[in-house]
Design a protein around this ligand. Structure first.
Ligand code: C2O
Ligand code: CU
Length: 465
């Protein structure tokens, strides 16, 4: 298998042996005091080595943006400034917050004009791994580098030796190491979205990640790519999943040893670094059969192991205060059919939308066809059950703003793990049922997080009133 694996990197030679470990993406900022987040152009060494720096758009000069770390229960106050030449906003992905702070232009606020600013303020109700990104012209703004981690620490965190965040992304670069500017190209829009040719971890093409034998690491994976699903296989290291989309889950090993992180999803792992001193272990992304590549190398240092047997400490995280859905005949049941795209079912009478570049449909309408109306409304406080039926030829990470939902079933089979997510991957031909308590009033977006699909119509909102 080893020979079949090439680095999914445009400029392989940048990865000379001994290349440094990950550059930390950014400084950590405790947001007790207001933090200013300025979106503006920057130039950064994405690829490294002899390759030129890449022109990107960045928050506070770094891509990913600064990792914002707060404690559960803290009030987060962030002044977002727009140093771009087009409007922008900041959306706090996965965070439960007042609707007016959700960062969706025209729906929850006016977009921030060039030179303007907007102050976001919310309480960090739930501990976990979240992130932020613009919600304007996303296919371009997020692709150019506007995204960052928002970590809400538990009041009493689990015991680990290191708490590490990997913001993972992919970029479509030309041979000059500059971003290929063909945004919104028809092929990406109607197929699987804009897939890059260069994968980065914390804004650098990764080489080695240095660990100590016996070290226990909490690894927070945050997928900020426009479209790519990662499937990371840690081989002999046996990661345990402790949280999905920020929400604690019963610790378990991933199915088939592969940690799947679809666009916008987060996975928190606990990994005991079980290699011998000096041992190097490859992490392979084998999500796409025949297109496996080496994602990163975990390099155990030569020194003495940190401990002889794995740390004996609990890894289960405390639950967040989420309201529990009540699935009875009071619950409101909604069905959302996903259709369109290349090789998918096309609803009747949509030629006019297709001519406008709207190829994807939720209940037979693209975003442009909804004329500002919600896909459905639900009274405040009700449990809402949404069944999603994927009639397209592609997978879709479907995201609901402002809530976490429980995954009830897949293809009619009860989901015993009952994980909470805010972005659920609905595979080709699959039906997924989720439930949440609509306890927070407002207009909340519900869309595919493959940004090209969202831009090409697979987007809507629901109203809680
Ligand atoms: Cu990351 Cu509309 O969301
Ligand atoms: Cu999609």
């Amino acid at each position: 298998m080893k020979n079949a694996i090439s680095r999914r990197v445009l400029m392989g030679s940048a990865l000379a042996a001994g290349a440094s470990a990950l550059m930390p993406g950014a400084a950590r900022i405790a947001a007790a005091a207001p933090l200013t987040l300025t979106a503006a152009p920057a130039t950064l060494p994405l690829v490294g080595g002899k390759w030129p720096n890449t022109k990107v758009w960045a928050y506070n000069g770094v891509a990913p943006g600064p990792e914002i770390r707060v404690r559960q229960g803290d009030t987060v106050r962030i002044v977002a400034r727009n140093g771009l030449n087009q409007p922008t906003t900041v959306h706090w992905h996965g965070i439960r917050l007042p609707n007016a702070m959700d960062g969706v232009p025209d729906l929850t606020q006016e977009a921030i004009p060039p030179g303007g600013e907007f102050t976001y303020e919310f309480e960090a109700l739930d501990a976990g791994s979240y992130w932020y990104h613009p919600h304007v012209n996303s296919t371009e703004q997020q692709d150019r580098g506007l995204a960052g981690a928002l970590i809400v620490e538990e009041r009493e965190p689990i015991r680990v030796d290191r708490d590490v965040t990997w913001v993972i992304d992919d970029w479509r670069l030309r041979q000059t190491a500059q971003i290929d500017e063909g945004f919104g190209q028809g092929m990406a829009m109607s197929h699987g979205g804009r897939i890059g040719n260069t994968v980065t971890v914390n804004g650098r093409v990764p080489a080695e990640f240095a660990v100590k034998s016996g070290e226990r690491i909490r690894l927070r994976l945050i997928n900020v790519a426009n479209a790519r699903t990662f499937g990371l296989n840690f081989g002999a290291l046996k990661p345990r999943i402790v949280a999905l989309d920020g929400q604690p889950v019963t610790p378990h090993e991933p199915a088939n040893g592969r940690v799947v992180v679809a666009a916008a999803q987060r996975v928190d792992l606990v990994i005991d670094m079980s290699g011998e001193p000096g041992e190097k272990l490859q992490v392979i992304d084998d999500y796409l059969r025949g297109r496996e590549y080496e994602f990163i190398t975990i390099a155990h240092d030569e020194g003495r192991p940190l401990r002889d047997s794995p740390l004996d400490a609990p890894i289960a995280l405390p639950r967040n205060p989420l309201p529990e859905p009540v699935i009875d005949d009071q619950a409101q049941r909604e069905l959302i059919v996903l259709s369109g795209g290349a090789m998918g079912r096309m609803p009747p009478g949509v030629d006019n939308f297709i001519r406008q570049g709207q190829y994807w449909f939720l209940n037979d309408l693209p975003a442009k066809g909804r004329e500002g109306k919600p896909i459905f409304s639900v009274p405040k406080g009700r449990t809402c059950v949404i069944g999603m039926v994927n009639e397209t030829g592609w997978e879709h990470p479907m995201h609901l703003h402002g809530f976490a939902f429980r995954v009830l079933s897949r293809n009619g089979k009860p989901n015993m793990r009952g994980e909470w997510l805010d972005t659920v991957l609905v595979r080709r031909g699959e039906t997924v049922e989720v439930a949440f308590v609509a306890d927070n009033p407002g207009d909340w977006m519900f869309h595919c997080h493959i940004l090209e699909h969202m831009a090409a119509g697979m987007s809507s909102f629901l109203r809680v009133a």
